[in-house]
Ligand binder design. Sequence first.
Ligand code: PAF
Length: 280
Amino acid sequence: MLTVRTVSDLRAAVGGWKRAGERVAFVPTMGNLHAGHFSLVALARRQADRVVASVFVNPTQFGPNEDFERYPRTPDADAVGLADAGCDLLLLPSVEQMYPFGPERCVRVRVPGLSDVLDGAHRPGHFDGVATVVLRLLNMVQPDVAVFGRKDFQQVRVIEYLVRDLSLPVSILAAETQREPDGLALSSRNQYLSAEERARAPEIHRTLQFVREAAQRRVPLAEIEAEAHRRLAAAGFEVDYVALRRADDLAPAASLDDGGVVALVAARLGRTRLIDNLLL
Ligand code: PAF
């Protein structure tokens, strides 16, 4: 696996592959990679001749009181894992490569509507930072396909909108959420949990399964949301939201027949904020 740190080295490698007629898939990450990320690389591998991954902890998507400083950084283990997973090129850009004028003075993009609800309402500016860095990364790598995890359901919708609205020549693929045997969605932030919090964390997945089962029994969606909120609070979570939304545009779902419906949860255990979702 080749490791590059600059846009010019990246373009030299990817340009060579493209001229040889090879198809390129891209997996953007913030590092501290786990089996969830490696499943994205595996999906990318099946889509293309070459796989590029990036590791960049993006400062513009963290709020002032969020975990940017303490976000786990494990570059050596990430490189070993990516090579084992079949990645051809690892992009490790510096902040200066990503934001030549600095993160404060960078050109930003904003996806209206989708960026303001759910996680966007609880993390103001978060999706502007995501859209801004993903547009930069896609422009640098110029892949044929880019792969994201469905655990970040809203992020996938924001990126799909960005790609469609700006006619970016890339297909976006969403990969299934990878879970621990007890149902907890894999996340780099799981390691912030104490042993006692870790034991309670799978209640999010259990609650989502309750939501799916209740929706199939045709319990009114507002009642399901209220009961799911109550269950999570009883298990010791501070709940940001439990929401049943239309899967295509994240607007409130009127009923289970309102196109595809997705249940989304964001809740805190102590200092750790967890998100998860389930298509109903
Ligand atoms: O999902 C992530 O890890 C990040 O939000 C992404 C897409 C790599 C942008 O920084």
